[in-house]
Design a protein. Structure first.
Length: 287
């Protein structure tokens, strides 16, 4: 069993059945392998058993539900098959160093920052489940563009991109373009909620001290170490890539998110928002 896409199929199956009574044997059957062989293979590739992985994903899903829904805490725990309130609280505190009540009170969202959750349909197996980053160090980057307000539950970026693309000076048209998500004052941990406002910035790379075009601003992206992912597909499936990064890769990576902006970079490999072969580089600052 050498095809790691089988692991991808298993991950997608788990993602789509977090709220059901699945077992490690169910996962093995879903990818048409014997329990014995697949259990050993999964453990070797992922560094943990299938059962441990399911439990870990249910805890990160519980964290999402606590900050993005009004469900009762006990209902969240039971819906994700933690046998009792005490068992859920104990497991959650072991993972996040605070109780579910404390987590919800402070509005902390360590799972996916300012991105919405999304289940991954079976047809995204190859694209997302095999995603792994390069760890890169980049210099500071200057971009010129438009800043706008958005919320956790909605996005105005498509309209802003359309506006911005009409305003790019011809001399900069072939330069790299960037989409940056910035934390706003209402994203502070003590008042975070689904309608929290933040700002976003879309822009094009410029040399330092480039003349600023009317109605635009200049933003400096901090240099440093980043985990660089490549999303392949339409812009409408970006959310699934983010779900994989935050829900699957980050919890297992051992990296901590640094206090710098994460951003998307659009190069010549981006061939249109509806093109399934388009590539978008996604950079997460790490330390």
């Amino acid at each position: 069993m050498k095809d790691q896409h089988i692991i991808g199929q298993a991950i997608v199956f788990i993602e789509n059945h977090l709220y059901e009574t699945i077992t490690a044997r169910d996962v093995a059957e879903a990818v048409s392998y014997s329990y014995y062989h697949f259990h050993r293979y999964f453990s070797a590739v992922m560094g943990e058993t299938i059962g441990s992985y399911i439990r870990s994903r249910r805890l990160t899903q519980a964290a999402w539900d606590l900050t993005h829904s009004k469900k009762k805490i006990i209902d969240i725990g039971l819906s994700l098959y933690f046998g009792s309130a005490e068992g859920f609280t104990r497991a959650f505190k072991d993972r996040y160093s605070m109780t579910p009540t404390e987590y919800r009170k402070h509005g902390i969202d360590v799972l996916i920052g300012n991105r919405q959750s999304a289940q991954m349909p079976d047809n995204t197996i190859v694209t997302y489940a095999g995603l792994s980053p390069n760890i890169v160090t980049i210099p500071a980057i200057y971009i010129m563009g438009i800043r706008f307000c958005t919320t956790i539950s909605g996005s105005e970026s498509l309209a802003v991109w359309q506006q911005f693309n009409k305003q790019i000076p011809p001399a900069l048209y072939l330069n790299k373009r960037y989409g940056v998500y910035e934390s706003g004052h209402t994203c502070a941990s003590d008042i975070f909620h689904i309608d929290s406002e933040s700002t976003a910035f879309v822009g094009v790379e410029i040399p330092e001290n480039y003349p600023v075009v009317k109605d635009m601003e200049v933003k400096k992206l901090s240099g440093g170490t980043y985990a660089k992912f490549i999303h392949t597909g339409t812009v409408y499936t970006l959310i699934q890539t983010y779900h994989y990064i935050w829900g699957v890769w980050f919890p297992k990576s051992g990296f901590e998110l640094a206090r710098r902006d994460d951003f998307e970079c659009y190069t010549e490999r981006f061939t249109g928002p509806d093109n399934e072969n388009s590539e978008i580089d996604i950079y997460f600052p790490i330390q």
